[in-house]
Design a binder for this molecule. Structure first.
Ligand code: MCN
Ligand code: CUM
Length: 796
């Protein structure tokens, strides 16, 4: 007779538990960086460069110093005397903290003022006189490598041009041979425009250096507090145990809060110099103009095809515009992130990718924005290429994908670029999606509508994403291996606290980690509090990005709970006066195998750990687990969109969107759905409206919410989500795969493919995102491709 608990009732695995963090968020009781006020706190503002490329002839800050209430003016020159004018980036480059020699992008940090309040600081910034000598500006890779292009990074000894790297992966010779066998070669060139994560909360920090204790405490908006602590220790040469990084509530990160920004560094130095807390909160334009952007990549590729639809090989080239400093946060081994995860879901024998990265006079960044290290670009190119290839062969979009999918029985599968995928049911996901969208009926309707001049289109996109870096064999950042951790303390009454090295920014870890503990131990989720983000209390971890939290930190939570269960079993044996081998487990309770009625609850075991442990047993019930995943997790999804395009205006509307996501076991189905809807919304924004571009002088167009559009509930289409396909991850302790970015990764191609499908037969092969009405109209009207992000002329 079982007395096991009902797992869903106690908020375990699979329960759509309401998010516990929302209790404070929706009541306005969150505790964000800007909510924190420390006694004696000063305020910092940053003076930014109005020019994209210019030599600094002089900086005169005397008028700023004279303003009452100003405590400190920091310039590059002063930073240089402390060896802090430049800092190392996460990609083995250097980045200016405050400009000394030149400014290299519009919005670059030139000076900082620390004052009694932010208004005085801002006024004082305006009183700083900087004399610039403008230099020629580079805003795209083509200009970067042109004859006679000015060298942007002339600060670097061996840098003679604007090339950061030339990198390749795959089998060039084998790909060449496969192309020689092709019946058809399909080609596509496209630009994935620069986009910005644009979290509602901007970046900021409060540095608090206490001379009496020598302790530096920094409250800051970081997705990876431990990495920041290590960086501060190494760059500022402060002792690591005297640095405490606290990441309070975060109002969205989306990758924007992974890098180290000059504002953080300046607030820290200012606090050390002034021995007072210094707060820096970025404004919206500062955030859009200077912090980590994403994409800005030109992709060019070919697919070798057999007439019957079999893909023989893929060749990809890309030009990535990294801005003025190569500051990508990504595994060190891979110069262009995981772009080579492209085509992982398709059974393709051989492939080759060549990538070139270049500097430009734009803000640095490159990988961040809901992507596991450029997977977004990879999947976008993949699915646009699949559509183009199917069209070239005259094959049905769905059929062409299905016939090339990696089959369920073929896992584990080695992708042409060397990744090992381990599980999935790709065809099943596609079938669910096609049925839900009413594929056959829509195709008929589309043909009918065509006759009456109406343009309907259907776009399919699939994605598989490598989520959960490490394993530590292949994934490191600046040599620090990528693993994660969890610490679980069960108190004597059976209540518990779990801490991890990850950092939630809205994803709901406070809810879901408790559910994992609940699943493993039978402790009701409401009895488990989750804490993250304080380096003095959380175990070391690499932070939250690349949807690695569930795959890595979440796995660590399960593993540490199992360690606790193992000890609890010994306590149970002691309490039940039987040998450990005679003890059985069911959710929340140990019992005697031969007498199931005789049992003890996990809570009773917890009490015994403090009050009645067997002789020789270490008291207490707490432990830590570090988890180094054997592989990435590989979720899969199919997104299908139908649209109607108005040929008169180029405006397009989504008729229906169907999403079939297989992220393995879902810890909290409601949270997973929220993640998918958020991602589909961001994907819609990228496809439809979002554009951070630059004019020929390097002025950023898109530095405010009038130019850089965020979709509201009004324009966002409705989504139909499907969760019936579940392929547990074979190596994750609870079978979960990551989900946080999937829809933002796979979504854009679905929308674009739908619009392109509506235009089929017009000879238009590509319109680059965003598919603004004027671009679509131009394509329809002139029957031509609309490509790239050309510099917008400032006199236009
Ligand atoms: N989850 C689940 N079952 C699964 C997988 C995940 O219930 N099989 C839950 C998780 O426990 C977690 C959430 O879904 O509560 C997302 O989990 P995961 O896929 O592990 O992603 P991370 O927690 O590592 O979040 C990072 C990811 C990234 S990289 C970006 S960018 C992004 C995203 O999450 N930024 C976000 N989603 C975001 N959502 C919000 N609200 N805010 C951001 O800044
Ligand atoms: Cu690439 S954005 Mo998220 O990985 O933080």
């Amino acid at each position: 007779m079982s007395q096991a608990l009902d797992e869903i009732k106690i908020g375990g695995l699979g329960a759509s538990r309401k998010r516990v963090e929302d209790n404070r968020f929706i009541r306005g009781r969150g505790n964000y960086t800007d909510d924190i006020a420390l006694p004696g706190m000063l305020h910092m503002e940053i003076l930014r460069s109005p020019l994209a490329h210019a030599r600094i002839k002089s900086i005169d800050a005397s008028r700023a110093w004279d303003i009452p209430g100003v405590h400190l003016v920091l310039t590059g020159e002063m930073m240089a005397t402390r060896n802090l004018a430049w800092m190392p980036t996460l990609s083995y480059d250097t980045q200016a903290v405050l400009a000394t020699d030149k400014v290299r992008f519009q919005g670059q940090e030139v000076a900082c003022v620390i004052a009694d309040d932010p208004y005085i600081a801002k006024d004082a910034c305006e009183a700083i006189e900087v004399e610039y000598e403008p230099l020629p500006v580079i805003v795209n890779p083509e200009q970067a490598v042109a004859e006679g292009a000015p060298v942007i990074r002339d600060d670097k000894d061996n840098q003679r041009d604007n090339v950061i790297y030339d990198w390749e992966v795959g089998d060039a010779a084998g790909t060449e041979r496969a192309f020689a066998q092709a019946d058809v070669i399909s080609k596509l060139r496209l630009h994935y425009p620069r986009s910005h994560p644009s979290p509602i909360e901007c970046c900021g920090s409060i540095a608090d250096f206490n001379r009496a204790t020598s302790k530096l405490t920094v409250y800051m908006t970081t997705q990876a507090p431990h990495i920041i602590r290590a960086a501060v220790a190494l760059v500022a040469e402060l002792p690591e145990h005297m640095i405490r990084i606290i990441s309070p509530d975060i109002g969205g990160g989306f990758g924007n809060k992974v890098p180290v920004y000059p504002g953080y560094v300046c607030s820290i130095l200012a606090s050390i110099l002034l021995e007072r807390p210094v707060k820096w909160i970025e404004d919206k334009t500062g955030n859009l103009i200077s912090t980590g952007f994403a994409r800005d990549i030109y992709l060019d590729g070919e697919m070798a095809l057999r007439q019957d639809g079999k893909i023989l090989a893929v060749r990809m080239r890309c030009d990535a515009d990294h801005g003025a400093f190569f500051s990508d946060a990504q595994p060190s081994k891979f110069k262009i992130g995981l772009l080579h995860s492209a085509f992982a879901a398709y059974d393709i024998p051989v492939a080759h990718l060549a990538a070139r990265g270049t500097y430009s006079n734009k803000a640095p960044g490159g990988v961040a924005y809901r992507c596991s290290f450029r997977v977004t670009e990879a999947m976008f190119f993949q699915e646009r290429m699949m559509q183009a290839a199917a069209d070239d062969l005259g094959l049905d979009q769905a059929e062409f994908r299905r016939m090339n999918f990696v089959k369920d029985a073929d896992f584990p599968h080695r992708t042409p670029f060397g990744f090992l995928t381990d599980s999935g049911q790709y065809a099943k996901c596609l079938d669910v999606g096609l049925k839900a969208i009413g594929y056959e009926d829509f195709r008929r309707e589309q043909a009918e509508a065509r006759k009456r001049g109406r343009l309907l289109g259907l776009g399919i996109s699939t994605m598989t994403e490598p989520l959960g870096a490490g394993n530590s064999r292949e994934y490191d950042i600046l040599g620090i291996k990528m693993f994660d951790s969890a610490e679980l303390k069960v108190h004597m009454t059976g209540k518990a606290i779990v801490r991890t090295g990850a950092r939630t920014q809205g994803q709901g870890h406070e809810t879901t980690w408790a559910q994992i503990v609940s699943h493993e131990l039978g402790i009701p989720a409401e009895d488990v509090v989750v804490e993250e983000g304080d380096t003095d209390t959380a175990p070391f971890g690499m932070g939250t990005y690349a949807s690695r939290s569930t795959p890595v930190a979440g796995a660590a939570v399960a593993m540490v709970a199992r360690k606790i269960r193992a000890k609890a079993r010994r306590l149970a044996a002691h309490l039940l006066e039987v040998s450990e081998e005679d003890v059985e487990w069911e959710l929340g309770r140990f019992y005697v195998r031969s007498a199931p009625d005789r049992g003890v609850t996990i809570q009773e075991c917890a009490m015994a750990a403090y009050s009645n442990m067997p002789d020789g047993m270490e008291p207490g019930l707490e432990n830590t687990a570090y988890y180094d995943p054997p592989n990435l997790t590989w979720p899969f999804a199919v997104y299908i969109v139908t649209v109607e395009v108005d040929p008169e205006t180029g405006v397009w509307d989504v008729l229906k969107l169907v999403a079939v996501d297989d992220c393995g076991v879902r810890i909290n189905p409601m949270i997973v759905e929220g993640q998918i809807m958020g991602g589909l919304t961001e994907a819609y924004a990228m496809a439809n409206m979002q554009f951070i571009t630059f004019d020929a002088e390097g002025n950023c167009v898109g530095s405010n919410y009038m130019d850089y559009l965020l979709p509201t509930a009004w324009e966002t289409p409705g989504f139909e989500l499907h969760s019936e396909v579940v392929t547990p991850c074979p190596h994750h302790p609870i079978g979960a795969k990551g989900i946080g970015e999937c829809a933002a990764v796979g979504g854009p191609a679905a929308y674009v493919n739908a619009v392109m499908d509506a235009l089929s037969g017009t000879g238009v092969r590509n319109i680059d995102m965003p598919l603004l009405p004027d671009r679509v109209w131009e394509a329809i009207t002139y029957r031509r491709d609309v490509s790239g992000a050309p510099p917008v002329r400032s006199d236009d």
